[in-house]
Write a protein that binds this ligand. Structure first.
Ligand SMILES: NC(=O)c1ccc[n+]([C@@H]2O[C@H](COP(=O)([O-])OP(=O)(O)OC[C@H]3O[C@@H](n4cnc5c(N)ncnc54)[C@H](OP(=O)(O)O)[C@@H]3O)[C@@H](O)[C@H]2O)c1
Length: 253
């Protein structure tokens, strides 16, 4: 494993949920972490809470100018760049007959295109230092949930993308992997209007019987797996499923 001390990593979507858990995990172990997201105050509070190893750089990854500033900030804070974690994403659900093209394009732009552009921007810096990219896929691309086609399509694209980029960037010494989380309580469903902050946990917990291991996940369990993918030096092109078995399609009922 690559040493974590002094490891510099940029985490998009690091102001909440799984991105924040990755940032906290890596910074606590000695990495220099930069987090980005659109809500500046929220982002700054998370960075303050994590401590001096974490820098908050607000911005929208769908905008080219913001992406350039975010990467420059990560290079300055970390003194280089060894890792990029593409965690930022949004959720959109709806029946195929009712999808609005503009909203569909927005989701695909943030979940797929912006992550690709961010990766392209980081590659020259990662190549100099050696490094790794982790994309966030989803169990939605492995198991079919009705009315989730926009999000599932974006996550399927991300999973394929990680495999293709692993082949493309391997000769440059850059590893590319994909984490496939299952159900973990975060605010993604709340932000999409699919749950209230009060009903969110109950909504996810109602799926517990669909997990062979009998429970939903914890953010730290995803962070540990991302840490592995960032630093395991002979792992590339992998899709690491961390979902309590949800994608296996079995019910405990
Ligand atoms: N939680 C789960 O059960 C689960 C399961 C499978 C996969 N995932 C994946 O895990 C990743 C993290 O999601 P999460 O569950 O932790 O949800 P989350 O808490 O909602 O995190 C998503 C983050 O992305 C940021 N973001 C969204 N659009 C952005 C943009 N245009 N520019 C910059 N940042 C943006 C959001 O911050 P701002 O709104 O402040 O920009 C937010 O902090 C996502 O890729 C998600 O698809 C989650």
């Amino acid at each position: 494993m690559q040493p974590i001390e002094g490891f510099s990593v940029l985490v998009t979507g690091g102001g909440s949920g799984l991105g924040a858990a990755v940032a906290r995990h890596m910074a606590a172990r000695g990495a220099r972490v930069t987090i980005c997201g659109r809500r500046a105050e929220r982002l700054a509070a998370v960075a303050r809470d994590i401590g001096p190893n974490c820098h908050a750089e607000p911005g929208d990854i769908a905008r080219a100018g913001d992406r350039a500033r975010i990467v420059a900030a990560a290079l300055a804070h970390g003194g280089g760049l060894q890792g990029l974690v593409n965690a930022a994403a949004n959720m959109l659900q709806g029946e195929i007959t009712a999808l609005e093209e503009a909203r569909l394009l927005d989701i695909l732009h943030v979940n797929v295109v912006a992550g690709m552009m961010m990766t392209g921007l980081c590659v020259p810096h990662l190549a100099r230092d050696g490094g790794a990219v982790v994309f966030f896929g989803s169990v939605h691309a492995r198991r079919s949930f009705p009315r989730a086609s926009p999000y599932a399509a974006s996550k399927g694209a991300v999973e394929v993308l990680a495999r293709v980029l692993a082949a493309e960037l391997g000769p440059k010494g850059i590893r590319v992997n994909c984490i496939i989380p299952g159900a973990v309580p975060t605010e993604i469903n709340v932000r999409a209007g699919l749950a209230t902050p009060e009903s969110n946990l109950a909504r996810l917990k109602s799926m517990e019987e669909d997990h062979p291991l009998g429970r939903i996940g914890r953010p730290e369990e995803i962070a540990e797996a991302v840490d592995y993918l960032l630093r395991a030096q002979w792992t590339t092109g992998a899709a690491l499923v961390v979902d309590g078995g949800l994608s296996l399609g079995m019910s405990r009922k």
